[in-house]
Design a protein around this ligand. Sequence first.
Ligand SMILES: [Zn+2]
Length: 345
Amino acid sequence: MWQIIGHERAVAYLNQGLSTNQVSHAYLISGPAHIGKTTLALDFARALNCTESDPPCGMCSSCRRIPKGLHPDVHLLGEDVATGDLGSGRTEISIDEVRDLRRQGSLKPFEGRRRVFIINGAEWLSREASNALLKTLEEPPDDTILILISSDLALISETLRSRCQSVTLQPLPPALVAKVVQERTSSDQAEAFLLASLSRGRLGWALQATENPTVLVERDAHLQRVVQLLEAPLDQRFAYAENLAQQFAKSRVNVRQELDLLEEWLEDLLRATSGRPDLALNQTWADTLTRQASLIPIEAVVDALRLLQDISSRLEANANARLALEVLMLDLPWLPAAPATEVPS
Ligand SMILES: [Zn+2]
């Protein structure tokens, strides 16, 4: 059986290819971080190499070894699933790695039916690596399936995208995330619902947060920075922009997370300014939210959300990060700070 929870359409699509023997030689699985892309890719790799009648059976030797990285015909390269970067300070997937992949792809499968190469974080492919991969896709070796995974489609060349079958994963319903969190962890109902709502439909994120309490602590620290940003003078905002721009040059993941949190907070402000603070995601910050909402008209929140979306697209289109972030800092609404230091309730 497939390990992935939900995402029925994606599973049905991949299953159809399997049952009609019309498996493509390249797939591109996209969706937000921690939504299940790698799980789906590994499920598919198992289904392709399972030796039983109802693939992926989950029991045969192939099915058991593939997720552990112990199957000689299934290779996972690129981004580390846990850390979200390439490790060892690397900033790209090099052409050498793709050459190595092409060399291995030209060999017959050792023991499975198909060789599967999973490239996690395809947006990290260098231009040369991406071009070399295109050559592979023009003349795909028999029995070799390439699965690209990305949470940032805008950074993948149109040509490369067009050569792959696209599978897009959407956020899961919060109720489903909460149910699975409760089933699989020691979380009680309240905690499961909180994590489900904070996860924005990303089951992997919610499960990680139950295993690693620092996920929530770090999230809160990031959120505090974002909240204070709206009350910070321009020099502090520019210092913040510079820091983010420096991070952006090394790894985009953190910057994207920070901007996602800002968007989340602005959406909460929108809920509060339209009279529904009860629908806010960040209920532990209710006092700060109410105070900030009383200081800003709803139109200004809408404008700020548009501005943020504009800046995010500019960053995805490889604009000058520092310049784009400075524009964001200049145009974000400014709110007077609270008279005394405020801590979240
Ligand atoms: Zn199996």
